[in-house]
Design a protein around this ligand. Sequence first.
Ligand code: PMP
Length: 373
Amino acid sequence: MYEFVRSEGIYLYDKNGKSYIDLISGIAVNNVGHCNPDVIAAIKNQVDKYSHQMVYGEYVVHPQIELAKTVAKYLPSNLQSFYFLNSGSEAIEGAMKLVKKYTGRSKIVAMRNAYHGSSSGSLSMMSDEYYSGSFKPLLPNIFFMDYNDLNTLDIIDEATAAVFIEPIQAEIGYLPATQEFLNALREKCNETGTLLVFDEIQTGIGRTGKLFAFEHYNVVPDILVSAKALGGGMPIGAFISSREIMKSIEDNPILGHITTFGGHPVSCAAGNAAVKYIFKKQLLDSVQEKEDLFRALLVHPKIKKISGKGLMLSIELDSFKEVERTMKRCIDRGVIIDWFLYNTNCLRISPPLIISKSEIHEVCKIVLQSLDE
Ligand code: PMP
């Protein structure tokens, strides 16, 4: 077991002062680096003013407005209404309720091998019985289709409230959706009056070189779900939609979704600073170059394939044994790397976006040495 007592930028430090490069960002959370100075200043400033005050509704929580305004500037006109929560799973739960309330339908279509969270609703959208079977009964009326498979689109029909999809499916080993598939989903949803929901909990906040991955595709969802890096290292989640859709959850019953801590002022202040930092430092501009550098440097007979997009990359090896061995050697050499829930033959690379090119050279050398050994 490892225990880190301090972190800064892309580095974590153990109690003996040994440094480790973080190649996973606490799974796609620390996009602006650990202990980012702007984020720390925002947290301190907010804590000095107030932390929890009121459960919102009649009361305005100012840092929520600020974060929503910062993010909304980069979103299309139908994604300007925010509901903040505490985590990704919670935001997915909220979105699952919203789609039912707005459409008056109960059927939901999800993708095989998706991961949307561990709460009962989000877990219901997990196709693999191995992970969900022990927790039944889960939500009924959830149907699965294969990712990137155009042949199963007919499962989406006039009874379907929504389709939930990650534009890059994370836990199967960073598998990007094809343009064709997202186009077809959008079209089918339009035809059947189904809402299209993008889970950008892992892909969002700059990880792929755009603030949200859907921007690469030019396919706009009806509901966007964000979390993880949206809080700059603090806990947060949000579902985002049009005012028209969001309004449907406000009444009948009154307060259709309630949260005590959701959109906590300190989390929102931290997130606002983090998102602003991404643009202040133009971090999105270098993501493609950094991806290219990882791909160019990570050439080794044991690497069968690299998939993913931007700074969410998956390195396919022969077996889980090889993955475990490489991970252990990397950690011994001061590089933290990880694997995937559903694809144990792959190593996960999702470093803070602030990683420099020379640091990429350094970590790739260590990964290659670890594969060699
Ligand atoms: N959706 C995706 C795509 C995720 O990667 C995760 C977290 N790994 C979640 C949902 C759930 O988020 P949380 O752990 O914050 O509940």
